[in-house]
Design a protein around this ligand. Structure first.
Ligand code: GLC
Ligand code: GLC
Length: 653
C-alpha cells in the first residue's frame, strides 16, 4: 500500500544508503521493500513509535535488510523467485521431515554428509538439524543457550562445513531447517557479558532489575517452565549485582524486545542463516517473546506483532524462507502464530501440532479415541498457506496440555486423568508396558510432563526385557500406528531420529552431572549405526520398523489428497476405539482417502452402512493405499469391517 508519511521516510532512508546500494542490482528487493514497507513501518511504529530514536532505528532496520539482500547468493535469490511463483510449495504431501542433533546423529557436519543417503533411503527430504551454534559446555540446554549466534560449535564443524552440507542437500532436493533461538541467549553471550560489566546499552538487551520489587510482581502471574531445575523466572547475578529474567534455565537470559536494537539484531541473525541456505527457520519459544506484568508472559499480542514484523522483513530479503513457530500452547493460541487477523500466513507458515501429538499419546494409553476426537475439533481451521508439523516425539517432553473442558466431556476428571497418563507412561500403572520418565514435576501445582523415547513409551523396552515376541509386535504396531497418523493427518510429518530403528531410552545421561537433572536427555541418544545396519537384515526388528516406515512414507508421497489444504473431515463413528477421518483433494483430481485407525489392542468393528450413506464404500472392493492391497467390503445393514489391533488403513474410496 502507498502511504505518504512512510513513503517519504523510506525515500530518506534509501537516500542515506545511496553509497552502499549504488551499482547493485536491487530491482527485486526494491519491489518487495515497496510492497512491504507500509506494513513494516506500521508494525515498527506500533512497537517502537513512542521512542525518540524511532527513525534512526527504522533506518538501521532497512539497512540491515538491504545488506543482507546484497549478500544473498544469486542461487538463493533465484530460489526465492521460484517459490514466490509456486507459493504453496510446502503444503505438498511430498515433504517428510526429520529432526536430529548433529553430534548425536552423525558426529559432525561432515559426518552428516555421509548420512544423507540413510535419510533419503527412508524418504526424508526435510532435515531439521537442531542447534549447532556455540554454547557453553554443560550449560547449553541442548544447544538452546547460545553464546554466539554466528559461530558453529567447533565440536561439530564450521560455517564452511555447513555450506558444503547445504550444497549436497540442495543437489539431493532436501530442505534444511535451522534454529534461531529468538527468546534468550546464554549468560555467556557477548551481550550478557557486557551487561554484566555494567554497560547500560547491553543491560537494556535483557530484563534487568536492581531489586525484587518488579520481579515479584511478574512472578505473581508467571508459570514456571522448568520447576525442578530452574524454579522462578529470575536469577540473581552477583557480578552485575542485579536480577535478570531467566524464564527457562537460570543460564538463559530472556531478551528484551521492548528494545528495537534487539529486534534488529535478531532479524540480522535470521537473515544470516537464511543466506547460508536454510530453507526454513525454526523460531524457538516464540510464545514467550513479550513480557508484561500481570500476565503469564506468553502469547501476548506484542509477541505476535514481533513475529509479523520478522516475517515482513524476511519477505523483503529472503521471501523463499519459511518460519516454524515453536509454540507449545493451547490450540486457540497456537493457531494465532500463523498470523492473527490475517487471511494468509503473516507470522509463521508452520507450527508444531503439540495438541495432536499429546492427544495421540492419550489415545495410546486409554486405547480409546473420545478425547482425541474432541480435542481435534477444538483446533480451529488454519489459514491458507499455513501448515502443521505433525510429530510423535521430539527432543522435548510430552506436555499434557489438553483442554480441561474436553477432558470432562470425554468422561474423565482432568486432574485424575493427567495423573493416570503420567503414571501410565512412566510405567507405574499396573498394566502399562511404557518406560517413560517424569519431567518437569511441579510440586506446587501437581503438574508433570513425560520424557522417554518413542520405542520405550510404546512398550518395546519392556517387551524385549521380558523376551515376549507378542509384546514386541504390539509395540512395533503402536509405533507404526502413530506414524501412520502423522503421515496422513495433514501437515508435514516430522520424524525423530532413532525412532525408525526402535531406539530405546538412554540412561547414560544420569552419569553426567550437567544432564542428570534434565530427564529429556533420556531420549537424546547417540544414534547406534551398527543397529542401523540391521535395518537391511530381514527379520530383525530394525528391518521390520524401518522398511514399514519407508513404505508408508513412499505411499504418502503418492496421495494427492494428503497435501494440506484444510481438506480433512473428521468422521464420528460409534466405536470408541476408532479414529476416522477423510482426506480429499480440493481440486477433485486426487479423490478421497478414508483413514481408519484402531487404537485398541483387540480387533474393532467399523460399521459400513453409516459410511456408505456418507458416500464411502460404494464398491465391494476398496484399495488400502498403506499396504497397497485390496479389501473386500461386506454388504448389508449390519455389515462391519474388522480393523485389526493397532492397525490403520488408508482407504481409497
Ligand atoms: C525450546 C526448546 C527446548 C528448550 C527451550 C528453551 O522450547 O525446544 O529444548 O529447552 O526452548 O530454550
Ligand atoms: C514448554 C515450552 C516449550 C519448551 C518446553 C521444554 O513447553 O513452552 O517452549 O520447549 O517447555 O520442556
Amino acid at each position: 500500500m502507498y502511504e505518504q508519511v512512510s513513503h517519504s521516510l523510506l525515500n530518506d532512508i534509501l537516500t542515506g544508503l545511496e553509497s552502499e546500494i549504488k551499482d547493485k542490482n536491487l530491482q527485486h528487493f526494491y519491489i518487495r521493500l515497496g510492497a512491504n514497507f507500509y506494513a513494516i513501518y506500521s508494525l515498527f511504529h506500533q512497537l517502537y513509535g513512542h521512542r525518540e530514536d524511532f527513525k534512526p532505528q527504522l533506518h538501521r532496520l532497512v539497512r540491515t535488510l538491504t545488506r543482507a539482500y546484497i549478500a544473498r547468493a544469486p542461487s538463493l535469490r533465484k530460489l526465492d523467485q521460484a517459490r514466490e511463483k509456486d507459493h504453496e510449495w510446502f503444503l505438498s504431501q511430498q515433504w517428510t521431515g526429520y529432526a536430529c542433533y548433529c553430534k548425536e546423529f552423525a558426529g559432525s557436519l561432515k559426518g552428516m554428509q555421509k548420512r544423507l543417503g540413510y535419510l533419503q533411503d527412508l524418504g526424508i527430504n526435510m532435515l531439521h538439524i537442531m542447534p549447532i551454534l556455540d554454547c557453553p559446555k554443560g550449560r547449553s540446554d541442548g544447544g538452546y543457550a547460545v553464546r554466539d549466534f554466528r559461530k558453529i560449535n567447533p565440536e561439530v564443524g564450521t560455517v564452511e562445513d555447513l555450506d558444503d552440507l547445504v550444497r549436497s542437500m540442495k543437489k539431493r532436493g532436501m530442505l534444511l531447517v535451522l534454529d534461531v533461538v529468538v527468546n534468550h541467549t546464554s549468560d555467556e553471550h557477548e551481550w550478557a557479558c557486557k551487561a554484566r560489566e555494567g554497560d547500560p546499552v547491553y543491560q537494556n538487551y535483557f530484563h534487568v532489575f536492581d531489586d525484587r520489587e518488579v520481579p515479584d510482581m511478574y512472578e505473581e502471574s508467571m508459570p514456571e517452565v522448568f520447576p525442578e531445575t530452574s524454579p522462578g523466572n529470575f536469577t540473581w547475578d552477583p557480578a552485575m549485582n542485579k536480577w535478570v529474567m531467566t524464564v527457562f534455565n537460570h543460564f538463559q537470559w530472556d531478551l528484551n524486545y521492548r528494545n528495537p536494537a534487539v529486534f534488529i539484531e535478531m532479524v540480522d541473525i535470521i537473515l544470516f542463516w537464511a543466506n547460508h541456505g536454510a530453507d526454513i527457520i525454526r523460531l524457538d519459544a516464540v510464545a514467550f517473546l513479550w513480557k508484561k506484568i500481570g500476565s503469564a508472559c506468553q502469547n501476548e499480542r506484542e509477541a505476535h506483532l514481533i513475529l509479523q514484523l520478522m516475517k515482513d522483513c524476511c519477505q523483503v530479503t529472503a521471501p523463499g524462507v519459511l518460519f516454524i513457530a515453536e509454540a507449545i500452547v493451547a490450540p486457540v493460541e497456537v493457531i494465532k502464530y500463523f498470523g492473527e487477523d490475517a487471511i494468509n500466513a503473516k507470522e509463521c507458515e508452520i507450527a508444531y501440532n503439540a495438541t495432536f501429538m499429546a492427544l495421540l499419546w492419550e489415545a495410546i494409553a486409554t486405547k480409546k479415541t473420545n478425547l482425541l476426537n474432541r480435542g481435534i475439533r477444538s483446533i480451529p481451521d488454519k489459514l491458507e498457506r499455513a501448515t502443521w508439523l505433525n510429530y510423535i516425539r521430539c527432543h522435548d517432553d510430552i506436555g499434557l496440555g489438553f483442554d480441561d473442558h474436553d477432558i470432562h466431556l470425554s468422561g474423565y476428571d482432568p486432574r485424575l486423568h493427567r495423573h493416570f497418563l503420567v503414571d501410565y507412561f512412566t510405567g507405574r500403572y499396573d498394566s502399562s508396558p511404557a518406560r517413560g520418565v517424569a519431567f518437569g514435576v511441579n510440586k506446587k501445582t501437581g503438574d508433570a510432563r513425560i520424557a522417554g523415547s518413542l520405542a520405550s513409551l510404546a512398550g518395546l523396552e519392556a517387551a524385549l526385557e521380558n523376551n515376549d515376541p507378542a509384546a514386541v509386535q504390539t509395540s512395533l504396531d503402536t509405533i507404526l500406528l502413530l506414524h501412520s497418523m502423522i503421515l496422513s493427518f495433514g501437515g508435514i510429518p516430522l520424524l525423530y531420529y532413532g525412532d525408525a530403528l526402535g531406539t530405546l531410552n538412554d540412561t547414560t545421561y544420569l552419569e553426567d552431572e550437567h544432564k542428570r537433572d534434565d530427564s529429556r536427555w533420556v531420549h537424546r541418544p547417540q544414534l547406534d549405526w551398527q543397529r542401523a545396519e540391521r535395518r537391511l537384515i530381514p527379520g530383525t526388528l530394525e528391518y521390520r520398523l524401518f522398511q514399514s516406515l519407508k513404505k508408508m512414507i513412499a505411499a504418502r508421497k503418492e496421495i494427492i489428497a494428503f497435501a494440506d489444504h484444510n481438506n480433512r473431515e473428521l468422521i464420528e463413528v460409534e466405536n470408541p476405539h476408532l479414529f476416522v477421518f477423510s482426506r480429499f483433494d480440493p481440486h477433485g483430481i486426487g479423490g478421497r482417502v478414508l483413514v481408519v485407525a484402531n487404537f485398541d489392542a483387540a480387533p474393532q468393528a467399523l460399521a459400513i452402512e453409516p459410511l456408505r450413506k456418507r458416500g464411502f464404500f460404494h464398491h465391494g472392493i476398496v484399495r488400502d493405499l498403506l499396504r497397497n492391497d485390496n479389501l473386500n467390503i461386506p454388504h448389508g445393514e449390519d455389515a462391519v469391517l474388522e480393523i485389526p489391533p493397532l492397525q490403520s488403513y488408508w482407504l481409497q474410496t
